[in-house]
Design a protein around this ligand. Structure first.
Ligand code: ZN
Length: 472
């Protein structure tokens, strides 16, 4: 009789014998012969013996009892590991088995935050267990879940100053073990983020994916905020990012543009705190350099405080109707055009006011040199002209005609003359009873803008019928 057989019942083979150590304490040896191929069951308790050699080797035996395992923690100055081990008999001395720990799986968390999962014995972790009761799934997933819990309970008493604050956090405590470990790993990697009390983990990890030139969250944040260190700025960014990420829509580029054009942290904070529905699309129609250019022009025009008022006046429909893009284009034209500068007087810091004032100034100064332009269209563009259900679609033939449409619709079509001339975009006027009602902009075969008087958005049925016409 041998006592203290850990967990499983084992069959250990030597040249002549089968040594059978049962977990019930029963020990016996039987003669091994060619004929003894069937692994016996314990005569006392009926438990099934596991063949040590089969267990250790990568055989594809499917018939196996669930095995019992234990866990160990290893700690060294660099990391913590939770290891799943199965003590197996390797030798017999004086009728007593000598056990060694056979490691089958390990989870290691380094003090730098690297989390490693090692499947040391995949054949055991993946083995299907076929018992009299039927097939059971492999033990691996359960073992790893258990190891995660073991590691976490160890870390809870290990006193690691970097993550101490986290261990009492209710949010963290209520997360499942794999998530808790993931978060621990994140904060070991990014200890600076702790002071920000920021609690939206997974998407922080995704940040470097948004900005592939950076590897870490901190590098990404530094870039977005142009290395700004002011606490209120950073806090505004973190909070805004957190809020936005819950809605899965965010563009870090708007923050990056503002951080590069506004000096005063109070003003910058207000811009970063703009509603994310606005921020996520604000510069969508502009290239990065163009957005930066525009933000700096607005600052130069209104000052930083005025720039805040200006950007706060933006409503979602301004973005849909491309006011931002139009303002950028018109301001670019104005910088090259002294006549336009002379005609322009600064309106209040409001997107519509600026848009209209720029359009007005452009209309006046461009007259002489742009109105005289005759547009020439290739055949595939001319085919856009036609009649459809009492409406007629027309291409402007001269700069003057386009400018007049702009006057009738009270929008900035006059500013499109050079782009229409170069073929960069196509403008179609939509007429009813010889009066222009809407204008349509097409770029690369796509309708990018359809608007009525004062850039108003047309009713749904008009949009539908225009799309039908264009795509026919
Ligand atoms: Zn037994």
């Amino acid at each position: 009789m041998v006592s203290d057989i850990p967990g499983n019942s084992w069959l250990l083979e030597d040249e002549k014998h089968w040594h059978l150590f049962c977990r019930c304490g029963e020990y016996r040896t039987v003669e091994a012969s060619e004929e003894t191929t069937q692994v016996p069951e314990c005569e006392r308790c009926g438990s099934r013996f596991i063949d040590v050699l089969d267990f250790m080797e990568e055989t594809d035996i499917r018939y196996r009892s669930p095995f019992v395992w234990e866990w160990r923690i290893e700690e060294n100055p660099k990391n913590w590991s939770a290891i799943a081990v199965v003590p197996i008999p390797v030798n017999v001395e004086d009728d007593k088995p000598i056990f060694h720990d056979f490691s089958i799986a390990r989870i290691t968390l380094s003090r730098d935050g690297d989390l490693e999962t090692e499947r040391l014995e995949p054949h055991l972790l993946d083995a299907q267990i076929v018992t009299e009761k039927g097939i059971q799934g492999p033990q691996g997933p359960k073992i790893f879940r258990e190891l995660q819990r073991c590691l976490l309970s160890w870390l809870a008493i290990a006193a690691v100053p970097e993550i101490d604050w986290l261990l009492n956090d209710e949010n963290w405590l209520s997360s499942p073990p794999d998530r808790r470990l993931y978060i621990l790993s994140f904060f070991l990697k990014n200890p600076h983020l702790k002071e920000l009390d920021f609690y939206f983990w997974s998407d922080w990890v995704a940040l470097p994916e948004t900005l592939p030139k950076f590897e870490t969250v901190l590098e990404s944040v530094s870039w977005i905020l142009a290395d700004r260190k002011e606490k209120r700025v950073r806090r505004a960014f973190f909070e805004s990012y957190a809020k936005a990420m819950r809605r899965k829509s965010y563009s870090v580029f708007t923050d990056a543009v503002f951080a590069r054009s506004i000096e005063d942290p109070n003003h910058l904070e207000k811009l970063i705190r703009l509603p994310f529905e606005i921020k996520s699309r604000l510069f969508a129609a502009l290239a990065w350099e163009e957005a930066l250019e525009l933000s700096r022009w607005i600052r130069d025009l209104y000052g930083e405080q005025g720039a805040v008022r200006f950007w706060r006046s933006v409503e979602p429909f301004h973005i849909s109707n491309r006011y931002v893009r139009d303002i950028h284009r018109l301001m670019r034209v104005m910088r090259r055009n002294e006549r336009m500068q002379e005609r322009f007087t600064r309106p209040s810091a409001n997107i519509e006011a600026l848009h209209d004032r720029l359009a007005e100034a452009a209309g006046g100064s461009q007259r002489e040199w742009e109105w005289a332009i005759d547009f020439e269209y290739p055949r595939e563009v001319l085919r856009y002209e036609g009649e459809y259900e009492g409406w007629s679609f027309r291409l402007p033939k001269t700069g003057r005609e386009l400018a007049e449409w702009g006057r009738d619709l009270r929008n900035c079509l006059a500013g499109y003359i050079s782009r229409v001339e170069s073929g960069e975009c196509i403008i179609l006027g939509i007429f009813h009873n010889a009066k222009i009602k809407y204008a349509l902009e097409i770029v690369d075969g796509e309708v990018v803008q359809l608007s009525g008087k004062g850039n108003s958005s047309p009713p749904e049925k008009i949009k539908k019928f225009v799309n039908k016409y264009i795509n026919n």
